[in-house]
Design a protein around this ligand. Structure first.
Ligand code: SF4
Ligand code: SF4
Length: 57
């Protein structure tokens, strides 16, 4: 497991991943979710929560 990647073309800005992240490592930049690699614990919780499958390992 590494820090997940967010596909900007598939992210709708729903913020589900922001709520799902136990480390509060995801923030919104406008309509795009961004993962702070320094905060991410690589738990993968956000991957399952994204409704558009925009987040991948
Ligand atoms: S892998 Fe875990 S800690 Fe990292 S951004 Fe996703 S939910 Fe947050
Ligand atoms: S859950 Fe997916 S679609 Fe929603 S903000 Fe996060 S990356 Fe974007």
């Amino acid at each position: 497991m590494t820090v997940p990647k967010i596909n900007a073309d598939e992210c709708t800005g729903c913020e589900a991943c922001v709520d799902a992240c136990p480390a509060e490592a995801i923030t919104m930049e406008g309509n795009l979710a961004v993962i702070n690699a320094d905060e991410c614990t690589e738990c993968a919780a956000c991957i399952d929560e994204c409704p558009t499958e925009a987040i991948s390992e």
